[in-house]
Design a protein. Structure first.
Length: 136
């Protein structure tokens, strides 16, 4: 037997009447508040998050593919700890990698900017892929 899909129907409700009924019944209001609070509780797994992540979990954490984690490990930018046949990555090291990547990227941008402003290149129009004499 197939389940029928839920249908959202908007019915105009008399707001003033609902507010008046809630004001007259604090028990009803508390019950509604408890139901709403139960619905808003996080549905994620309540077990303690580990400080050590598998390759797949590290990829999810960095929002990249597992191949990227393997590449960063082979480049020495991430350190893996072997646990049997699996690699484990420390969450704090993944955070440091993200922060260092941001810092390194900002430093490179600053260097390029200083080089351009120091040589006057910044005031010239840029022509990518063409020789300087053929700039439009």
């Amino acid at each position: 037997m197939r389940a029928t899909p839920a249908v959202n129907v908007t019915i105009p409700l008399p707001t003033a009447a609902i507010l008046a009924a809630l004001a007259d019944s604090p028990e009803l209001l508390n019950e509604i508040a408890a139901l709403v609070a139960a619905r808003l509780e996080p549905t994620t797994n309540t077990r303690q998050l580990s400080d050590w992540l598998t390759t797949e979990e590290a990829a999810d954490y960095l929002r990249c593919k597992t191949r990227r984690i393997y590449d960063l490990t082979s480049q020495g930018r991430l350190t893996a700890v072997k646990d049997g046949s699996r690699n484990l990555y420390e969450r704090a090291e993944l955070d440091r990698h993200l922060n260092l990547s941001d810092y390194a990227r900002a430093a490179r941008r600053r260097e390029r900017y200083e080089q351009r402003t120091g040589t006057g290149v910044c005031s010239q129009s840029h022509s990518f892929g063409r020789s300087a004499g053929a700039a439009a």
